[in-house]
Design a protein around this ligand. Sequence first.
Ligand SMILES: Nc1ncnc2c1ncn2[C@@H]1O[C@H](COP(=O)(O)OP(=O)(O)O)[C@@H](O)[C@H]1O
Ligand SMILES: [Mg+2]
Length: 226
Amino acid sequence: MSAPLLLVTGTGTEIGKTVVAVGLTEAWSRRDEGRAIAGLKPVESGVPHGDLGPDAVALGQVSTFHVTRFTPPYLLMDPVSPHLAARREGRVVEPGVIHRWLAPIRQEADGVVLELPGGLFTPLAEGLTNADLIGKLAPTKLLLVAPDRIGVLHDILATSRAARALGLTIDGIVLSTPAVPDASTATNAEELTRVAPTLPILAVLPRASRAANARHFDAILHQLGL
Ligand SMILES: Nc1ncnc2c1ncn2[C@@H]1O[C@H](COP(=O)(O)OP(=O)(O)O)[C@@H](O)[C@H]1O
Ligand SMILES: [Mg+2]
């Protein structure tokens, strides 16, 4: 049996994907005590040679599956888009490599949370974005994280339309409260439901510690049916 796979992507970078992926990995582990839940990141740029990236480390720390046995396939040095970081090292990100790395993890674990780099349409290679990779990985659930700030209405509408055009289903959207709120913060969830009532907004995550946000992560998992 292949474990359920929750993919965490977003509308961009530095918007709370790791916070959400770590929170959900921990919530899943806490709820299903004694089961092996893995939090992983297959592609990470800005990682010094020989190290593990900070996102993979944070996910590993809350995993109850021994993720250290499965080194992420693409640890890239330059802190730029994965396609460019890979090219500078003479490498090419290939979906088949990620798929083959993930398959035994899904065989052994009871649940997998996978954070993807950047946003849903971030390029991983020429002619390949995260969205194309997601199509190949066929996740159980796909979660989109977006910042609760001005501009997010456009970003979510554009991203969800483009995802639909590719045949991808976004199962949940989490708005993450930014470090510096603006006049739109705390209004965007409601406005999204007005302009696009079918969007699956699951939570507005406060700016708070993981412990303080634990009930939000529990609720997101529950709403995703995981
Ligand atoms: N809900 C939150 N509460 C507290 N800090 C947050 C929250 N969301 C994001 N952050 C902080 O904002 C920064 C960017 O978040 P991160 O999850 O690393 O983004 P991404 O994975 O999308 O690049 C990090 O320093 C993170 O700790
Ligand atoms: Mg991250």
